[in-house]
Design a protein. Structure first.
Lengths: 116, 111
């Protein structure tokens, strides 16, 4: 149980284009999903908290117009990196929390984004 | 944002040895969780602790929720090569607030 998928696992895009990353909870409903960014050999950096049916809450320093988050259903959240630049290249990981209020967050396998 | 103090940052051990790592915080948490991350993958939940003083095992892993609610440790007994990875502690408070993560302990096991 508690499986979270992410798609795509790897993506290479050209500078100036937009990329959408999907995060799905496969066997549970997630009222809250989280998006993280991770640089090499560093910890997880929370970008935003996404609640189903409402606007995402972004962490300080994260541009909400650049990193668009949509949590349209209890099993799907998407992160769109708009007008991507090489500095946006990173490992993006989502996590989901069960709607029943557990503190436990289950992570997806991550998406490696490379912007050329 | 706030991060937990996790130590050690990295460790190199011989296969078969026991490992111990810990996390401390200046504020209390209602839950402590331990995750393991393999290269190029997302973190995987190992153990979740919900009560102060709680001691929980998962195979060769044992974790404890500190009595003050400000710390937790993770022990790995009889390490094996597949234990290699980065271990993260995480503290949780209430409601929909996100977990607070430590900076990770990078474990290397020498066969």
């Amino acid at each position: 149980g508690a499986v979270v998928s992410q798609h795509p696992s790897r993506v290479i895009c050209k500078s100036g284009t937009s990329v959408k990353i999907e995060c799905r909870s496969l066997d549970f409903q997630a009222t809250t999903m989280f998006w993280y960014r991770q640089f090499p050999k560093q910890s997880l950096m929370l970008m935003a908290t996404s609640n189903e049916g409402s606007k995402a809450t972004y962490e300080q320093g994260v541009e909400k117009d650049k990193f668009l988050i949509n949590h349209a259903s209890l099993t799907l959240s998407t992160l769109t990196v708009t007008s991507a630049h090489p500095e946006d290249s990173s490992f993006y990981i989502c996590s989901a929390r069960d709607w029943r209020g557990s503190y436990e967050q289950y992570f997806g396998p991550g998406t490696r984004l490379t912007v050329t | 944002g706030q991060q937990l103090n996790q130590s050690p940052q990295s460790m190199f051990i011989q296969e078969g040895e026991d490992v111990s790592m810990n996390c401390t915080s200046s504020s209390i948490f209602n839950t402590w969780l331990w995750y393991k991350q393999d290269p190029g993958e997302g973190p995987v939940l190992l153990i979740a602790l919900y009560k102060a003083g709680e001691l929980t095992s998962n195979g060769r892993l044992t974790a404890q929720f500190g009595i003050t609610r400000k710390d937790s440790f993770l022990n790995i007994s009889a390490s094996i090569p597949s234990d290699v990875g980065i271990y993260f502690c995480a503290g949780g408070r209430t409601g929909n607030t996100p977990l607070v993560f430590g900076k990770g302990t990078r474990l290397s096991v020498i066969a």
